[in-house]
Design a binder for this molecule. Structure first.
Ligand code: NAD
Length: 479
């Protein structure tokens, strides 16, 4: 078994031995095999984690920013030094191809690096009031203990994208990883401890099911903030809980990204962008193009080029080392994807390539292109979260923009155009927190990631990321 799994040592439970707290089984999605059992947390364990975070909060907030920065920097360097073994662990529990697992670890580590640089640049403000009667002093202060809940699709990047800014700002945290992929988060917590993070600053919990413990933790007076990445439905539930205590919230929720190929698009550029955006993590990303609107002038060429590229991708059956497409996270997810394809086909969509769930041990679905999808087909209305690209033809650009905006989500939109001015003009009209023009990958620790409408509240990364963990205290003074 891989080194990283051995390193988790005591955390993993033996075989069928029961555990007093209950046990969570973790599976390899590429084979369906059981890889590990992890003890789950009881409600009391979670409340104890809150208290530990509360006790550590004062010392951590008071620590010199440079000290916090240097710990985060060491986390970056150690994560990169251990990139291969973390990627192996991440791949084992998530099922993504090795190249992507390595990429995710580097992306995650970059949040440690970026926020180590931000930790020493938190600025306040001093000015004279317009009436000249006082000085206005604005002091940045850490929000305090934060609960951070993450999904399974990026088991390293999602926790680090939350932990790094929180620690840089001087907050302590309780982290709840997804039940399908908890091992990478445990590895990262251990790595952070090895890099000098004081005990109690980062506390991992794994309550399963999570609701009762979450309700209890959010009701605890020490908790001041909840940061969540996951589905819109769970995000709304957490917002309701947060409302009871008027907690600060950051919500990175689901998307329903339009990918608009304009009449003047370069088909090759658009195809490569579509492959990169759609197929990352086997389509299971919040930023995956969910609806591809293609102008009729380029529709045939784009459909052919995209289908040829999709059909040529190597799927990772039997743990193929050079795989380009991984497995979905569970049989349930695979059935959902298959059901959406069937419903689109029933309404007249044409399967150009793929369209099947292969008969093998893992939770795979073939890279699929659907042409002539009806604009009101159900597959366009909810996140597919799988390797399926539904194409809708359009003639009128204004109508394409209208269709693209006809959703409650607003995370990201893609625009393909041979004319940058044209692409940017259309991009401006799309309701999204992020727009990608002529490219498929936008994630970057130094850029503000987040959505509008039901896709969320707040931004992660960029200069904005640390603000999610800061309060601004106004001090009025006569100098
Ligand atoms: P999910 O909402 O089912 O679960 C996310 C996390 O919330 C998991 O850890 C889960 O255990 C936990 N959770 C679920 N119910 C809870 C409750 N009642 N109390 C406390 N915790 C609870 O989402 P998922 O299926 O794990 O992830 C996929 C979703 O995440 C998609 O909608 C995707 O778009 C979204 N996502 C968004 C971003 C972003 O940055 N906007 C990034 C990645 C994924």
């Amino acid at each position: 078994m891989i080194d990283a799994l051995n390193q988790l040592g005591e955390l993993l439970l033996d075989g069928d031995a029961p555990h007093a707290n209950g046990k969570l089984d973790v599976f390899d999605p590429t084979t369906g095999d059981l890889i590990a059992g992890v003890a789950t947390s009881m409600v009391d364990d979670c409340l104890a984690a809150v208290e530990t975070a509360e006790q550590a909060a004062g010392g951590w907030a008071a620590a010199p920013p440079r000290e916090r920065a240097e710990i985060l920097r060491r986390c970056y360097e150690t994560m990169m030094a251990e990139q291969a073994q973390i990627a192996a662990l991440l791949q084992l529990e998530n099922g993504k191809p090795m190249a992507e697992a390595l990429g995710e670890v580097a992306y995650a580590a970059d949040f440690f690096r970026w926020f180590s640089e931000e930790a020493v640049r938190i600025a306040g403000e001093v000015r004279r009031a317009p009436m000249g009667d006082k000085r206005i002093i604005v002091l940045p202060e850490p929000v305090g203990v934060s609960l951070q809940i993450t999904p399974w699709n990026f088991p390293a990047a999602m926790p680090v994208r939350k932990i790094a800014p929180a620690l840089a700002a001087g907050c302590t945290t309780i982290v709840k990883p997804a039940p399908a992929t908890p091992l990478t988060a445990y590895y990262i917590a251990d790595l952070m401890e090895r890099c000098g993070t004081p005990v109690g600053v980062v506390n991992l919990v794994l309550p399963e099911p999570p609701n009762e413990a979450t309700v209890a933790m959010l009701a605890h007076r020490a908790v001041h903030k909840v940061s969540f990445t996951g589905s819109i439905a769970v995000g709304k539930h957490l917002l309701r809980l947060a409302a009871d205590r008027v907690l600060r919230t950051s919500m990175e929720l689901g998307g329903n990204a339009p990918f608009v190929v304009l009449a003047d698009a370069d088909v090759e550029v658009a195809t490569e962008a579509a492959i990169a955006a759609k197929m990352r993590n086997t389509g299971a990303t919040c930023v995956a193009p969910n609806r591809l609107y293609v102008h009729e002038r380029v529709a045939d060429d784009f459909t052919e080029a995209l289908s040829a590229r999709m059909a040529g991708l190597t799927v990772g059956y039997d743990r193929q080392p050079d795989a380009q497409v991984g497995a979905l996270i569970s049989t349930r997810e695979r059935e959902k994807v298959a059901g959406l394809v069937t419903s689109a086909v029933d309404r007249g969509a044409k399967v150009v390539t793929g369209g099947r769930a292969p008969d093998c041990g893992g939770y795979f679905y073939e890279p699929t292109v659907l042409a002539d999808v009806e604009p009101d087909a159900p597959i366009l209305a909810r996140e597919i979260f799988g390797p399926v690209a539904p194409l809708v033809r359009f003639r009128d650009e204004a109508r394409a923009i209208e269709m693209a905006n006809d959703t409650d989500a607003g995370l990201i939109a893609y625009v393909m155009s041979g004319d940058m001015g044209h692409g940017l003009t259309v991009g401006e009209q799309l309701d999204a927190g992020m727009v990608a023009v002529n490219r498929g990958i936008i994630s970057d620790a130094s850029a503000p990631f987040g959505g509008v409408k039901e896709s969320g509240i707040g931004r992660e990364g960029g200069f904005e990321g640390i603000e999610e963990y800061l309060e601004r205290k106004y001090v009025a003074s006569n100098w």
